[in-house]
Design a protein around this ligand. Sequence first.
Ligand code: P6P
Length: 346
Amino acid sequence: AKRKPSSYEIITLTTWLLKQEQAGTIDGEMTIVLSSISTACKQIASLVQRAPISNLTGVQGATNVQGEDQKKLDVVSNEVFSNCLRSSGRTGVIASEEEDVPVAVEESYSGNYIVVFDPLDGSSNIDAAVSTGSIFGIYSPADECLADIGENPTLDQVTEMCVVNVCQPGSNLLAAGYCMYSSSVIFVLTIGTGVYVFTLDPMYGEFVLTQEKVQIPKSGKIYSFNEGNYALWDDKLKSYMDSLKDPGTSGKPYSARYIGSLVGDFHRTMLYGGIYGYPRDQKSKNGKLRLLYECAPMSFIAEQAGGKGSDGHQRVLDIIPTEVHQRVPLYVGSVEEVEKVEKFLA
Ligand code: P6P
């Protein structure tokens, strides 16, 4: 007879991944890649929580390809993520916000998954101990892979192959997730069968399943935008924002919630409903967030939770990247809230 699950059944991420593998939803290689990502996140969690003690706050004194000051923790988190993925032996190519170009992973000998990630998003918040997060997405290798570039490929040929492999539309994502370093350390994951939430139990260093098949409320009166950019927005967007503040017949105006950390703002939007937006403006023609390792993974998660991710006019997951660090505007959250802004922007 089927064993009745005990009332005290703890399901760790490790157990959950093995169950998905046994069910055939993911293969053994994906299990290993996801497990290595969760290990990287646990390491980053401990680094972030002790940053002021171990002198890991402040700037590294260098700038990344985005021209942003790299924080010490940006660099360290990127190394932690890269090392965990390399040692998994199942990652073929990695693309990071902190790396100028995507790199082929020499140590990979099977699986060859493509992993795009932002190792520490919102790192400007670290010095004030405001929540930050790691974001990742996983693809199968593109059709033209390493094999197609012959015996002794030049560095340019390898780089070109890597770019082809990471510049895939979000609709190709096999898995996406993030780890939020906040009052709790929260690992959120989708492998295409809904959104699952795991909470780190520091008592024994395991992520424990705490929510399954999360559903974003269809609407929500919380908006999460940096209104400091209002003067730079186009008129249609200004009208949309003004409409949120005019309670009109509905009687209840929206609440503004913005912590300037995508993972924290997104996680609250996913659980409470509402909309997170980073529009284009006169200063940032394509908005600020990067398609590959911020907008696409978050939009995949939003859709898996019954929400929507749009650039204001089209589904983010339909956008085919033309360059690794390209930016797109992002409106993500409750279906009705995203559709409302799309109507104003039409
Ligand atoms: P702003 C952090 O730098 C980030 O990439 C996201 O995490 C965050 O949502 C956004 O930028 C904040 O940008 O311009 O409002 O400070």
